[in-house]
Design a protein around this ligand. Sequence first.
Ligand SMILES: Cc1cc2nc3c(=O)[nH]c(=O)nc-3n(C[C@H](O)[C@H](O)[C@H](O)COP(=O)(O)O)c2cc1C
Length: 276
Amino acid sequence: MTLTVTGTALHTPLCDLLGIRYPICQAGMGYVARSTLAAAVSAAGGLGVIAAAHSTAAELRAEIRRVRDLTDRPFGVDILFATVRASGEEAARFTDRVKASIDVTLEERVPVLIAGLGNPGPVTAEAHRLGITVMALCGNVKQARDHAANGVDVVIAQGHEAGGHTGRIGGLVLVAAVADALAPRPVLAAGGIADGRGLVAALALGAQGAWIGTRFIATPEAHAHDNYKRKIVAIDEEGNVVPVGPVTAVPEPGTLLLFASGLAGLFASRRKLPVS
Ligand SMILES: Cc1cc2nc3c(=O)[nH]c(=O)nc-3n(C[C@H](O)[C@H](O)[C@H](O)COP(=O)(O)O)c2cc1C
């Protein structure tokens, strides 16, 4: 992968594609990643992203417009195109809610559309016609190749460290494999990246940038309770394990799903804490 120096040694071709200064994309996070966080990240030179998961279509449209009030920099909207357990035909059918989020994102010509789960293939042609860049997450090389074949511009290779919802392969193995398989198409690395070391490691593996979630929760701009933010800062590597068993997208009663990145940036994952 080519690194070019244009004001910063971290400038990769992805920066030119997305119109950003640093190869740092803030992950879509339901309830947490709203206009305030997305606008702050974009204004700082990364790619800020609004999560659509918790919003009605009207709320999403208002959030998109609020980002535009706060910054003129590019940003994205992350949509869960499929539920975690969807597969086959079920994964290819969009729910009404997903369809509404897609429609708003296209109507508003948001610069970047991201599929947090599932196949955005049915909308890539229309997105491209509107000048929208499409990104999608994958958990293995087959999914990455499928995304590329479906016209996805940037594939996000997300390791199990992210919490396990996109696959079981560790990021160290997955990112290199996907980068090799898709070259020269840009690949982002995700899962457990929490600082500059993680970003440099991602670039060394062949990615052109990083998709970072949990680390951004511990910021003033994130829409999260202070206890949550403090917990993320306080945990060590022992607090970052992926539980064995089925992954659920919806919290069970009495529990709070905490997607927690390790501060070492290596073992980020999801865990359950009692709700106090
Ligand atoms: C609290 C939280 C909520 C999330 N919600 C979503 C979501 O709504 N849609 C989505 O595609 N991914 C969601 N994710 C996953 C992130 O987009 C991202 O892939 C992941 O956080 C990256 O791993 P990291 O947290 O170790 O950096 C969420 C993550 C967290 C921590």
